[in-house]
Design a protein around this ligand. Structure first.
Ligand code: GDR
Length: 329
C-alpha cells in the first residue's frame, strides 16, 4: 500500500512542489484548497498530470471542527503537511482576527482531530509550516531553534501560537508533530503579492515593453531567501526523523532587496534605479529585523542543505517570467 499524504493548502507554491515530490516518491496525495475552481487549482492539475500523477482535492477552509474531523476520517492520511495559512504579513495588519483563526485556529482543529484519531489507534505524522517571522526583531544573529520569538505583526504572532500548540500536542499527547521554522522561500510559482515575484515579473514586463515602473514599499529591507523546492524536501525529511523535532530551515545568507533588484533587472539588461518607485502606502506599520537562519541542526539531523544559491534563484525566476511574458504577448 502506498503511503497517503494530506497537504493542506495544496494549490499554493509549497503545496505544488510538495505534491510533486511525494508523487515521485510513490505517495498517494490528497489536498485541501479553499476553492477547487481557481487558476491555482488548474495550475496544480497541469503540473501533476505532466508527471503522470493525480492529486485528489477537497474543498475546505478547515474552519469548522466537524468538517475537519470528517475530512481526516475520509482521507485517513499517514502524514499531514499543514501548509494552509493566511500567509501575507502585510494583510495580517488589516485582518488580524482572520489571520489568527486561519493560522492558529486551523492548526488547533487539525491537532485535535489527529489526537482523536490517534485515540482510535491511528498513526498520523503532522508537519506544520512555521515561519522565521516568529523571530521578529531577533535578539541574536543568525537565528537558531533556541533564539527567542519576538513577533512583530499579527501573522507572526499567529505562527508563534500555532508553533506552541504543535509542541504542546507533541509533549502532552505524544503526537508525532513538528514545525519547520521556514525562512523565506521563493520560486517562479510564488504569487505576485510577495516582493520577489513582484520584482521578477515587473523586470520581465518592463523588458518586454509592457510596463514602465515598479512600485514598491520599503526598500530598506532584506531576507534570507531560498528556493521553495529545497524547503519542501526538508518538510518531508522532518516527518521521517526518529523523534519529531522543530528545526530551522534556511540558507544562512542574507541579501538586501536592493541586491535582489540589481540581479533581477541586470538579467534583462536594465538598471532598476530607472524603473523603481516607492509608495509609502505599501509600507508596513512595523517591519521585522534582520532575519537570517542557521540551519546547522537540520543539516545534522536530516542531512538537508539548500541546493540553490541566491543568484540562481533570482535568475531562474526572471527567466521563467520572461518566458511567461513573451508567451502571452
Ligand atoms: P515576508 O515576504 O513578509 O518576508 O513573508 P514579502 O515578500 O511579502 O515581504 C518581504 C519584505 O519586502 C518588503 N516589501 C514588499 N513586500 C511586498 N509584499 N510587496 C511590496 O511591494 C514590497 N515592497 C517592499 C516588505 O515590507 C518585507 O519587508 C514571507 C511569507 O511567505 C510568509 O508567509 C513567510 O512566513 C515568510 O516569508 C518567511
Amino acid at each position: 500500500m502506498p503511503r497517503r499524504a494530506l497537504i493542506t493548502g495544496v494549490t499554493g507554491q509549497d503545496g505544488s512542489y510538495l505534491a510533486e515530490l511525494l508523487l515521485d516518491k510513490g505517495y498517494e496525495v490528497q489536498g485541501t484548497t479553499r476553492n477547487v475552481d481557481s487558476e491555482s487549482t488548474r495550475g496544480l492539475h497541469r503540473l501533476v498530470s505532466e508527471r503522470g500523477g493525480t492529486v485528489r482535492l477537497h474543498e475546505s477552509s478547515l474552519q469548522n471542527d466537524d468538517e475537519v474531523t470528517l475530512l481526516l476520517d475520509e482521507v485517513a492520511p499517514d502524514e499531514i503537511y499543514h501548509l494552509a495559512a493566511q500567509s501575507h504579513v502585510g494583510l495580517s495588519f488589516e485582518k488580524p482576527l482572520e489571520t489568527l483563526d486561519a493560522n492558529a485556529g486551523v492548526t488547533l482543529r487539525l491537532l485535535e482531530a489527529v489526537r482523536t484519531l490517534q485515540g482510535r489507534g491511528r498513526d498520523i505524522r503532522f508537519f506544520h509550516a512555521a515561519s522565521s517571522e516568529m523571530f521578529g526583531r531577533p535578539t541574536e544573529s543568525p537565528q537558531t531553534e533556541r533564539t527567542p520569538f519576538v513577533p512583530r505583526n499579527p501573522y507572526a504572532t499567529s505562527k508563534v501560537c500555532a508553533f506552541h500548540l504543535v509542541a504542546n500536542y507533541r509533549e502532552t499527547h505524544g503526537l508525532y508533530a513538528c514545525s519547520g521554522i521556514l525562512f523565506n522561500h521563493e520560486s517562479p510559482r510564488r504569487p505576485e503579492r510577495f516582493v520577489t515575484r513582484k520584482v521578477t515579473l515587473a523586470a520581465a514586463r518592463i523588458a518586454a515593453g509592457l510596463q514602465e515602473t515598479l512600485t514598491l514599499g520599503n526598500l530598506d529591507i532584506g531576507r534570507d531567501w531560498g528556493f521553495a523546492g529545497d524547503y519542501v524536501d526538508a518538510m518531508w525529511r522532518m516527518l521521517h526523523q526518529e523523534q519529531p523535532t522543530d528545526l530551522v530551515i534556511a540558507t544562512g545568507r542574507w541579501h538586501s532587496l536592493e541586491e535582489f533588484l540589481e540581479r533581477a533587472f541586470r538579467r534583462v539588461n536594465l538598471d532598476w534605479r530607472d524603473h523603481v518607485r516607492q509608495d509609502p502606502a505599501l509600507m508596513r506599520p512595523a517591519e521585522s529585523g534582520r532575519l537570517v537562519g542557521d540551519a546547522s541542526l537540520a543539516r545534522e539531523r536530516l542531512g538537508w542543505q539548500p541546493t540553490t544559491t541566491f543568484e540562481e534563484l533570482v535568475d531562474r525566476m526572471v527567466d521563467a517570467d520572461m518566458q511567461w511574458v513573451v508567451g502571452r504577448s
